[in-house]
Design a protein around this ligand. Structure first.
Ligand SMILES: C[S@@+](CC[C@H](N)C(=O)[O-])C[C@H]1O[C@@H](n2cnc3c(N)ncnc32)[C@H](O)[C@@H]1O
Length: 298
């Protein structure tokens, strides 16, 4: 497998190892760190119950799309603090479950949950070498870290192709891949002050894909069964996170320092604006493994 790397373990640590206590102040109780799926976002932005419900909807969506057969093995690439694995572990029909993360703090946290049939590894998917196939794969908002800034579109497609080729190798025949990623929509590239702020202060070595890059990379390996674009899901999620971080300002400054508090407030508000303006969007994509890799004409 050729690799065109995106974020390294050090890059990921920069973002996630601000400390679990800090994230616990403004994420929901399961520490889900990705856009929720909102049926109703009309209430108070900081409502913890509404955020928790929308996060469970999102996790359930991915588990439904993954269609894990009874006793089936599940892989979560970029498992964060383990919310999806925890939900899957409650379902008796799930078999062994594996999570991959590059963050030590997340890895320690998932292991501390002692979830039945779940193993978390502190590992880049590029060096994952499973000794069995999986029946389903889920990857929620890790894709953004798979190709770094400054790459030409063709290089990004190569990096994403490595990912889809690996998932194809690891999945049983007919297995499903449920993917969630932020992507450029009206915005075209990461140059300029906003992109520079994200690359230096928020998510080092990460860059957003475009839909055409995702489809070019996955087409040889997967057929697409569903695709939704719901930027409003991120607007509501970011509003909720911002309101909760603002309400917890004192504890957040104590947990991570005033500079980190300010940086996260700015990052959450800037992201909300980018989704509101349609510069970026949120895709949820369901893919079915092709029986054979296709060799498409170039
Ligand atoms: C935004 S968080 C999302 C976490 C989780 N899926 C959720 O929804 O709460 C991104 C996750 O991707 C992981 N990640 C990023 N690049 C990775 C890679 N190359 N290999 C494994 N995990 C990776 C990070 O460590 C982190 O756990």
């Amino acid at each position: 497998m050729t690799t065109t790397t995106g974020a390294s373990a050090e890059d990921i640590e920069f973002h996630y190892d601000v400390g679990n206590d800090f994230y616990a102040l403004w994420l929901d109780d399961t520490l889900t760190y990705s856009a929720a799926a909102w049926d109703d976002a009309s209430g108070d932005a900081g409502d913890a119950v509404a955020l928790a419900r929308a996060q469970q909807n999102k996790l359930r969506h991915h588990l439904n799309q993954a269609a894990l057969p009874p006793g089936g093995r599940l892989l979560d690439i970029g498992c964060g603090w383990g919310a999806l694995l925890a939900l899957a572990a409650q379902e008796d029909h799930a078999g062994e479950m594996t999570g991959l993360t590059l963050s030590r703090a997340q890895h320690t946290h998932v292991n501390s949950l002692a979830l039945p049939r779940v193993q978390a590894h502190l590992k880049d998917w590029r060096s994952h070498t499973p000794d069995h196939v999986y029946d389903a794969i889920v990857s929620v908002e890790a894709f953004e870290a798979f190709a770094g800034p400054g790459l030409a579109p063709a290089q990004r497609v190569r990096a994403y192709t490595d990912f889809f080729a690996a998932c194809h190798d690891w999945l049983a025949p007919g297995g499903m891949l449920s993917l969630q990623t932020i992507a450029f929509d009206n915005g075209v590239d990461a140059d300029g002050p906003v992109g520079a702020f994200f690359a230096s202060d928020v998510f080092p070595a990460s860059a957003l894909p475009r839909l055409a890059e995702i489809t070019a990379a996955c087409d040889p390996y997967f057929s697409l069964t569903t695709l939704t674009s719901t930027p409003e899901d991120y607007v509501h999620t970011l509003r909720a996170w911002s309101a909760r971080l603002l309400a917890a300002r004192k504890q957040a400054e104590e947990a991570a320092g005033p500079d980190t508090y300010r940086r996260y407030r700015l990052y959450l508000k800037t992201c909300e604006l980018l989704f509101r303006r349609g510069e970026v969007t949120l895709y949820r994509i369901t893919l079915r493994r092709r029986p054979q890799r296709l060799h498409l004409p170039t």
